[in-house]
Structures are given as structure tokens and as C-alpha cells.
Design a protein around this ligand. Sequence first.
Ligand SMILES: Cc1cc2nc3c(=O)[nH]c(=O)nc-3n(C[C@H](O)[C@H](O)[C@H](O)COP(=O)(O)OP(=O)(O)OC[C@H]3O[C@@H](n4cnc5c(N)ncnc54)[C@H](O)[C@@H]3O)c2cc1C
Length: 340
Amino acid sequence: MIKTDIIIIGAGPVGLFTIFEAGLMKLHCHVIDAIPQIGGQLKEIYPKKPIYDIPGFPSVLAGDLIDNLEKQAEPFQPGFTLGERAEDIEKQEDGSFIVTTNEGTQHQAPSVIIAGGLGSFEPRKPLVENLPAFEKKGIEYMVREPELFLNKRLFISGGGDSALDWAIYFAENSELPVGLVHRSDMFRAHKDSVDRVYQLQEKWKIELYTHAEIKKVSGGSQLESIELHQKEREPKTIDVDYWLPLFGLSPKLGPIGNWGLEIEKNAIKVDHTLDYQTNTPGVFAVGDVNTYPGKLKLILCGFHEATLAVQSCYKIINPDKKFTMKYTTVQGVQGFEKVV
Ligand SMILES: Cc1cc2nc3c(=O)[nH]c(=O)nc-3n(C[C@H](O)[C@H](O)[C@H](O)COP(=O)(O)OP(=O)(O)OC[C@H]3O[C@@H](n4cnc5c(N)ncnc54)[C@H](O)[C@@H]3O)c2cc1C
């Protein structure tokens, strides 16, 4: 049995920052993640994509942000159970919780913070007949290693941030133009990105096809061509090396959805006015996994939520002690002695 002050479920950016905030209050954390590496969506989906809305960083690569969060948490000696999914939670008579993973590893703590993000996520796939035959053979749903697609004949489909951000990245970094295909002419991405796409189209760096879809893919052992259908035009076959259908992810909450927590729209409802506690006292939900009026699924919002949640964990763990918040510039980031 692994014993700690706070069990954190999810080693995404929000789970990692929770370790730091808890550490400042001398609380020890143990983190469980279903995937074998830390970093959540940032390492899994877009490690090389720049992020522009982390305060104090005009631009930071997602992977670098995770490396920094790991360093920031290090002095507090967190424990990790990686590559195991939190499957079950049980409240004990003394008020503590035991969280058991799919591998049977048990963790016990007076409080639990769920930072499970989107849960286990699956890419949304287009309806194209022989799509599975070319998955990982020219068709990819996520950009993990951008170098792979540089200077290649590349087409991207989608009208959201991910599709546009990557189309811009490759248009600016590759020697070949990038094809961008979208079903309508209205994009769901940031306005800045949409403007940039039109600028790059004028420079012949993006070939933009709106009211268009890719309906067929062909090749041998690798993808060789796509069939593009555009409104009021004849279908055309285009030779490509890669096609990236970036239609977003379809989130699946997984086992957490069966823990008796109040769920709304595939997310955990929390008390947003106080501390992001769920309907089970002692269990909190922070980051992308929670919902409340006005919720924004942004990293910096998750950081704020985690900061408030650990204040309440402190009160649960130390009911007789008063904690006076001091700035880290006054108190310093003190190393933390392990409690277990
Ligand atoms: C392409 C893209 C671009 C983005 N760009 C930005 C941006 O520029 N700025 C911004 O602020 N946000 C951006 N976001 C959103 C941002 O990535 C999320 O808000 C952020 O990842 C949420 O962090 P999190 O820690 O809550 O969850 P996640 O990063 O989703 O991490 C959750 C972790 O929990 C684990 N987990 C889930 N269920 C279990 C379980 N039962 N047991 C064990 N582990 C579990 C998962 O494996 C995962 O590792 C972007 C998202 C995408 C997809």
C-alpha cells in the first residue's frame, strides 16, 4: 500500500503543478497515470507545438513546459505509478480513500485530486472506406514528430486549432506547400490563425481547399494518393506522402465515470466557487476533467483550480492547524521531507 497525503490521478500539466502547490504546503503527493510517461496531452499529442498563453512565456513548446513543470515539482519528491489506470476508489472508515489501479497497485490518502484531463482519448476519424489500411502508413491523427512531415507532400484536413496550427507550422518550415482541406469556409480556430492561413495561401505556401473533403485513399504498402472532392468541381486524385485528418479527439472519461461522482457532459461537476471539490467530500477535480459554469479548458485555468484545491486538502489533512499563505519569494521553495 502506497501512503501519501494527496493521490493525484493524471500526470498532465495540471497534475504536475498540483505537486508543486501541495509541496509548498508540506503535503506529499503520489501521481498515477495510465500512460507510461508524464505530460498528458502536451507530451502525447503536441509536444513540439508552441503554446502562447502561459503567463511569463511569450512562447513555450508543450514538451518544454512539461519538462519545466517536472523540475518545479522535483524538490517535493513526488511518487509516481505510471502506465497503470486508476480503476477504483473506495472510501475507508477513517475517511481516507484507497485508489486501486488496473494492475492492482493500491494507494491510500486522506484526499484525492483527479486531474484526468480528457480521460483516455481517441482521435475522431473521417468516414473513408479503406482508412485503417493506411493508418501509420501515411495517415496520422496526431503530430508527435513534426520532422517526419517536413519537406514531404503533406495534406491536412480539419478546421479547428490543431489543423490550422500545424498547417501554419509546416507551411512556414517545409520547402513544399501544404494542402489544407476543410468541409466549410468557416473555421473554428483562433482568428489570428485563420488570418495567417489566408496570408500563407497568398504566398502559395498553403493550398487551401474549402467546401472540400477527402473521400478516398489509395496506395500499396504506404499511402500514395488521396481523392479530393470539392463543391462544384470534378473530384481529383492528388499524390501525397502523408495525410493528417486532424478532427480533434473524442474524450472518454473511462473508469472515473463510474465512481459515483456527478457527471455532466462527460466531465466531473465541481464546486467552482470554493475549491473544485466534487460531490464526494475529499475528492477534487481540476483541469480539463471538471466542469462548472464558465469553465475554460486551458492550462492556466487548471493551474488556478489546483492551487485552490490543495488549500482544502490541507484543511482535511490538518484540521487543527491554520495555514498562512506566504509568497514563495518570502517563504522560499523549501525541500520537502517524504512522509512515507
Ligand atoms: C492540439 C491541442 C492544442 C492545445 N493548445 C493549448 C494552448 O495553446 N493553450 C492551453 O492553455 N491549452 C491548450 N490545449 C488544451 C490543454 O492541452 C489542456 O487544457 C491540458 O492538457 C489539460 O491538462 P490536464 O492536466 O487537465 O489534462 P491532460 O493533459 O489531458 O492529462 C490528463 C492525464 O490523465 C491521465 N488519466 C486519465 N484518466 C486516468 C485514469 N483513470 N488513470 C490514470 N490516469 C488517467 C491521462 O492518461 C493523461 O495523461 C490544447 C489541446 C490540444 C489537443
